[in-house]
Design a protein around this ligand. Sequence first.
Ligand SMILES: CC(C)(COP(=O)(O)OP(=O)(O)OC[C@H]1O[C@@H](n2cnc3c(N)ncnc32)[C@H](O)[C@@H]1OP(=O)(O)O)[C@@H](O)C(=O)NCCC(=O)NCCS
Length: 157
Amino acid sequence: MLSQASGERPLRIRAVTEADLPHIVRLDAEAFPADPYPFFVLRQLLTAFPDFLFVVDDGKDLRGYVLSTPPHDAQSWILSLGITPDLRRKGLGRQLLAKMLAHLRAQGTHSVWLSVEPGNDSAVALYRSLGFVPDPGGPRSDYFGPGEHRLLMTLAL
Ligand SMILES: CC(C)(COP(=O)(O)OP(=O)(O)OC[C@H]1O[C@@H](n2cnc3c(N)ncnc32)[C@H](O)[C@@H]1OP(=O)(O)O)[C@@H](O)C(=O)NCCC(=O)NCCS
């Protein structure tokens, strides 16, 4: 059980189920309003990697999610992390990501990578607080297409 509660409802982190898909689509659009994953991409990621998607469940609704790849050559990528706006800054993002990192370690991942929009100070601070270090070369220009620069960060497990 998580240390934070949503009103009277306790929160827990659990593995994803097929029925969660529309809720994850909503959470993703909430977290990344300018550029959410299309429904079909989330459908395929959930189907391909069901053991690498965790959600925060308050018993009635989903309040956060984290998505990674399984290890390939002992390397995994965090593909997405989002917490519903009204529950941000309460430690949930850190707990959710820490849970995924522990899972990845147990699955044989030795290095974790992610990309973050360079101006996303809260996400960069969260990743730094868990030990991620930024690519020494700085943000990669046009990493996700024209004008979409991204900072790569990595963590050795
Ligand atoms: C990034 C996000 C997942 C963080 O989740 P969260 O539950 O709010 O984060 P936490 O409360 O666990 O914060 C952990 C640490 O992150 C940093 N942090 C989080 N929010 C911050 C903010 N608004 N300003 C500054 N630092 C912040 C702090 O270092 C914080 O530690 P502290 O509270 O001990 O100072 C959340 O803000 C979110 O969903 N944002 C939209 C989607 C997004 O940007 N995802 C990441 C894309 S790469």
